[in-house]
Design a protein around this ligand. Structure first.
Ligand code: NAP
Ligand code: ZN
Length: 373
């Protein structure tokens, strides 16, 4: 089911706290960074916070710049992004500023919380407990949200990250210490999937530093996570680098370990080999004894081949023989060169999960436009 693009945004002290324990909200960002946050808010369809942040900070969560609001309206958007609150208990102050400023508001809560919450918002109960996947689907389908900015607090950030629902983290590091173990931390304990995030940008903004990260760890079994989309996009970009051919597909492939480490990448006809396939080229760069292969995912713009004339083993077999048990692809192989090719069937019969993410089919096909059928 489709989800919005989820962007986590937070400011944190050097010792990892989101706030202090005083009655006022601790100002971590610099003025220029508050303006950057305003710009990000103006660029999204919705802004989400947990009930803890509403209770602690009484925030408004508005786009403050009149120019940015005017630009939204000129672009046919609502003046303010939708404001989204999340609470299990429904214990929310109906007088909080959140409910009385900006544009539309929605509260996602439990059945119990919906009975208790008397707030000026569209109250959506999601059952006995709140499921983040369901919430994101609802935002996408019912509210048309394509880009969601999550502005805390730590409880919400931690769950979204641990459940692999995050596309991007925007973290601002502020040059001060809180030093109070009772203060709220940015990320709590628990199981985080994968190893290192990918650093995509750093920017000094007055005395704070913005760091943008993307998670890299693949999903599990047939569960597609934002990092899977990232890697599949990379595979499609590699496909575009293939030397063109009239008699074979242009395909890109990336092999990624469970912790998000890229093990290898390859593309069709790479390095002057006129017949090499993308998955074959990529796997040839990994030591067959590498223990990470067993937990790895192969991303391939096109479904791995089941039969081929140019080599004894087709790519589906090479993948199984390498020990890989998860394959993510954008495009099922058409009958252009082989009738009834069923690489996915070969992989499944060999015990591998095959996930097709059709939203990238267009990019996978693009470098193959000149081929028949
Ligand atoms: N520095 C920053 O960038 C920044 C940004 C935002 C907030 N903050 C700080 O963060 C602190 C608040 O953080 P926090 O962790 O206490 O609160 P929070 O994450 O804002 O909210 C936690 C609350 O959200 C609801 N919630 C979270 N997950 C849920 C789930 N799966 N199902 C149902 N409800 C769920 C619950 O509300 P109920 O209790 O109502 O059930 C929970 O108590 C404040 O001190 C604030 O200043 C800092
Ligand atoms: Zn192949």
């Amino acid at each position: 089911m489709p989800h919005p693009y989820v962007l986590l945004s937070a400011a944190v002290s050097l010792d990892g706290y989101l706030d202090d324990t005083g009655p006022e909200r601790l100002l971590l960002s610099s003025p220029a960074d508050f303006d950057r946050v305003d710009e990000v808010r103006a660029s999204v369809d919705a802004v989400l916070v947990g009930a803890g942040t509403i209770r602690a900070d009484n925030p408004r969560l508005l786009v403050y710049s009149p120019e940015r609001r005017a630009a939204r309206v000129a672009a046919g958007l609502a003046e303010y992004p939708l404001k989204v609150a999340v609470s299990a208990s429904g214990e929310l102050d109906p007088r909080a500023r959140f409910w009385h400023t900006g544009g539309e508001k929605v509260l996602y809560t439990t059945d119990e919380g919906a009975r208790r919450a008397g707030v000026a918002a569209d109250v959506v109960p999601l059952g006995a407990v709140l499921d983040w996947g369901l919430l994101l689907e609802h935002l996408y389908d019912v509210r048309g949200v394509r880009r969601l900015m999550v502005e805390g607090g730590g409880t919400v950030h931690t769950q979204l990250l641990q459940q692999q629902l995050v596309d991007e983290v925007q973290l601002v590091l502020a040059p001060l210490f809180v030093g109070d173990p009772e203060a709220p931390r940015l990320f709590g304990p628990g199981a985080y999937q994968g190893g290192r995030l990918r650093l995509v940008e750093t920017r000094a903004i007055e005395d704070v530093v913005l760091m943008r990260y993307e998670p890299t760890a693949p999903g599990t079994a047939d569960r597609v996570v934002p990092a899977d989309r990232h890697w599949l996009r990379r595979a499609c970009e590699l496909a575009a680098q293939c030397p063109p051919s009239r008699t074979a597909f242009s395909v890109g492939a990336v092999v990624v370990a469970a912790d998000g480490t890229e093990l290898a990448r390859g593309y069709s006809r790479e390095a002057g080999d006129p017949v090499v396939h993308a998955e074959e080229a990529a796997l040839a760069k990994v030591d067959p004894a590498d223990p990470r292969l067993a937990g790895a995912t192969v991303y391939s713009s096109l479904e791995p081949c089941a039969r081929r004339a140019s080599r004894p083993r087709p790519c589906a077999r090479l993948i199984l023989d390498a020990g890989v048990r998860r394959v993510v692809t954008a495009w099922r192989e058409p009958d252009t060169f082989v009738e009834g090719a069923d690489g996915a069937g070969v992989l499944a019969a060999g015990g591998a999960e095959v996930v097709v993410v059709p939203e990238y089919e267009g990019s996978a096909k693009e470098p193959n436009r000149h081929l028949p059928g």
